[in-house]
Design a protein around this ligand. Structure first.
Ligand code: ATP
Ligand code: SF4
Ligand code: MG
Length: 320
């Protein structure tokens, strides 16, 4: 097996909380992304998806755990090492409006990473910017324009061109189409898939939309209250979800076919998400799980293999 592009081991990110108890936004997450692979990260709002991606690109410091990029440990690394390795990992955020400096021309924005690192300047830089713009479906003459002259979808293309400038090995996408018009979402998703295939680039793809994840991801990790509850190849996850939370998430996605919709098992997802400052003991999902037993309320379920999946549930076998 080839070495992973990204290896996350027991990652925790805690924030200072208003009540004194820390906010355990991420609390012991482990996964790896193989070269060229797309790993989806899904879960309800507030479960910690953005905090994981922000930690991966170095925007928030881990409280605990290890982050290895191309085999190099990032936590505790020197500034120079971090600077080098960060070029291998680039991020595309949800909102293309706030991701671009309105006073910077498109050409300056896309070329900035190359200029700052002294990798190109002058005519060579302009040529690279033209190539990058064409690669994302824009035209070289767009380099002279400013972000406000473009639509949301085009701005996200500009953001993607900028993220590609340093030829990253991993692209971290945090809800890359959620802020866009429904009509352009598929185009941007297809562009991302196409770029990845052409460049052999891996991706960590964060989304709350399971239909989107199903369209673009090879494997899917499901997160609940700062932890992973299931990780499986895409088809296995959608065909045989192992964790009650995954089953509930899938049940909430409407089927386009009314017959399939009626045949769908109903797994109600009752109750509120508990506070990450005060997570429930045992299995943190027990307060909402229809299958919870006394053991679930006391004992933290192990992260273990089951079939093609990894799952954290005491009763995953009996539910299957
Ligand atoms: N800087 C911060 N300080 C304190 N708490 C934070 C901070 N950033 C995030 N949190 C909290 O950490 C938890 C996880 O937040 P995060 O943004 O990672 O979730 P998410 O899964 O990306 O949600 P969404 O789907 O809404 O984007 C939430 O409870 C959030 O309020
Ligand atoms: S461990 Fe228990 S409470 Fe947690 S998901 Fe499994 S059955 Fe539900
Ligand atoms: Mg988020």
């Amino acid at each position: 097996m080839t070495a992973p592009v990204l290896e996350v081991t027991d990652l925790a990110v805690h924030f200072p909380g208003r009540t004194g108890a820390p906010v355990r936004a991420v609390d012991g997450v482990s996964f790896a992304v193989a070269p060229g692979e797309t790993l989806g990260l899904v879960g309800e709002s507030g479960c910690g998806k953005s905090t994981v991606s922000n930690a991966v690109v170095g925007l928030v410091p881990p409280t605990r755990g290890s982050l290895r990029v191309m085999g190099t440990e990032m936590t505790g690394a020197t500034r120079a090492t971090k600077h080098d390795i960060r070029a291998r990992v680039q991020m595309v955020f949800q909102d293309p409006v706030t991701s671009l400096n309105p006073r910077m021309s498109v050409g300056a924005a896309v070329g900035e990473p190359l200029l700052v690192r002294g990798l190109a300047s002058g005519a060579a830089l302009r040529a690279r910017v033209s190539e990058l713009l064409e690669e994302v479906g824009l035209r070289p003459e767009h380099a002279q324009r400013y972000p406000h002259q473009f639509s949301g979808g085009q701005r996200q293309r500009i953001v993607i061109a900028r993220a590609l400038a340093l030829r990253p090995d991993l692209l971290v996408c945090d809800e890359p189409v959620s802020a866009l018009d429904v009509s352009v979402r598929a185009q941007i998703l297809n562009l991302l898939v196409e770029l990845q295939q052409r460049r052999g680039m891996a991706s960590l793809f964060v989304s709350h939309d399971l239909a989107v994840v199903r369209h673009v991801c090879d494997r899917v990790a499901v997160m609940y209250l700062g932890r992973l509850v299931e990780l499986a190849p895409r088809d296995a996850l959608f065909a045989t979800p192992r964790h009650p939370y995954t089953r509930a998430l899938l049940a909430a996605v409407p089927e386009p076919d009314p017959v399939a919709q009626r045949a769908k098992p109903r797994v109600p997802l009752a109750g509120e998400i508990p506070s990450p400052s005060n997570p429930p003991p045992g299995c943190t999902f027990h307060t909402r799980c229809p299958f919870a037993t006394e053991r679930c309320r006391q004992e933290v379920p192990a992260w273990r293999p089951l079939g093609e999946s990894m799952v954290a549930c005491h009763h995953a076998e009996t539910l299957a």
